[in-house]
Each structure stands twice: as C-alpha cells, then as structure tokens.
Design a protein around this ligand. Structure first.
Ligand code: GRF
Length: 204
C-alpha cells in the first residue's frame, strides 16, 4: 500500500497527533509522521512525538524571527527538506502567512472543533455551547488564507447535552476528531478528490 509522509504542526496537547501516530502504527492510516514542529517549547505534542520516535522534532522559536513571514519560511524549509506530502495542523495556534498557505495549497489541512462554517476561531467549542446549538462536532478542511474558511473535507457531529460544560463538549468532540482526522488522511492518500467551487468531491 502506498504511504505518504506528513509534517504535523502543533502548539498544545497533541492528542490528535497521538491519534494519527497510533493509526499510522496500527495500519489504519498509511502515513509516516516525518516531522513535528511546534512554536511552543513546552508543548506536550513534542513529548508525544519523542515517545513515538518521530525523526525530526523541532521547537522553532517565533522570537528568533523578525516576523511571521520569516518564521513561516523557516517552517516551510524544514517541511520541504523532508519531502512531506501533507502538512497537518493539529492544534496549531498561530495564524499562517499567505505565502505559507499558498506554497502548500491543497496539501495543508486543519481540524476545527465545530461544524464549519459556524463557530470559527479559537473559541469554537465555547461559542457553539453559548449559542445553544443542539449539535456540534468537528471539521477537517483544506487551509485557505482566511481562518477556518477552506473547503470542507470531512465532518462528524456530536450532540450537545443539557449539562455540558466547554470541557465535556470538547471531550466528546475530540473523541470524534481522533477517528475523523486519521480517516481523512487515509482518504487523502488513497482516494482522489477535486473541487467544484468550494465543494470537495471525493472520487470513491
Ligand atoms: C482540537 O480540538 C482541534 O480541533 C483544535 O485544537 C485542538 C487540538 O487538540 N484545532 P490537541 O492538541 O490535538 O489535543
């Protein structure tokens, strides 16, 4: 079976990274996590990558670069030097420069903890809860320059319960993320898609 290589960019806990690594190891997702990059020195995602034996694990310090463009260029250089097919954002909490986004056009993906186009931004779970929706979920999408606005590759929904807190709803959503993200990566490797306007049309 064909395998493709990915770079994961993460700023936080890295539980999606862990789910991808696990799916890659147990044959459910034909990817090799070749690079893990973080903008946070103490991101637990870095330790998850170390424990899994990922080859290239880097904290790239934003303070070492004059601006976002220079920082993103440094990240891009690492990713390209390892010939990654896909760049996977997993809780990466920095806005990407337009140069980075266009360089990786249609091979840069993100997961968002809400059913886009509703509840974009950093507080998607809290915003959905406060709005009072009865269903929320998660969305895997191609990354465009506008935040959380790229074409949708896959979604999964979960109910919102009467006694939900932001934490309990996020937990229910994350459980779906751990299946949806590796599955979508598998489809990206094994299936083709094309775009009709904003619509992602999978070929199988
Ligand atoms: C996830 O809920 C994801 O949807 C959002 O950030 C969170 C990252 O969680 N983009 P983790 O770091 O993978 O645990």
């Amino acid at each position: 079976m064909t395998r493709q290589s990915i770079a994961v960019m993460a700023s936080g806990r890295g539980t999606n990274l862990a789910a991808i690594l696990e799916a890659a190891n147990n044959g459910k997702c034909p990817v090799d996590v070749r690079v893990v990059l973080s903008n946070k020195v103490d991101a637990p995602a870095l330790q998850i990558a170390r424990d899994a034996g990922v080859d290239t694990i880097l904290f790239i310090n934003p303070k070492d670069y004059p601006d976002r463009v220079a920082y993103d260029q440094a990240c891009s250089k690492v990713i390209e030097s390892h010939q990654c097919d896909w760049v996977v954002l997993a809780g990466y909490m920095r806005i990407l420069s337009s140069g980075f986004v266009s360089h990786f056009e249609n091979r840069l993906i993100n997961i968002h903890p809400a059913l886009l186009p509703s509840f974009t931004g950093a507080d998607g779970v809290a915003d959905a809860l406060a709005y009072g929706v009865k269903f929320s979920g998660c969305t895997v999408h191609l990354v465009h320059e506008e935040v959380d606005a790229g074409p949708i590759l896959a979604q999964a929904s979960v109910p919102v319960l009467n006694d939900d807190s932001v934490e309990s709803l996020h937990q229910r959503i994350q459980k779906e993320e751990y299946t949806l993200y590796p599955n979508t990566l598998r489809r990206l490797v094994e299936e083709e898609f094309h775009l009709e306007g904003r619509r992602v049309i999978w070929h199988t």
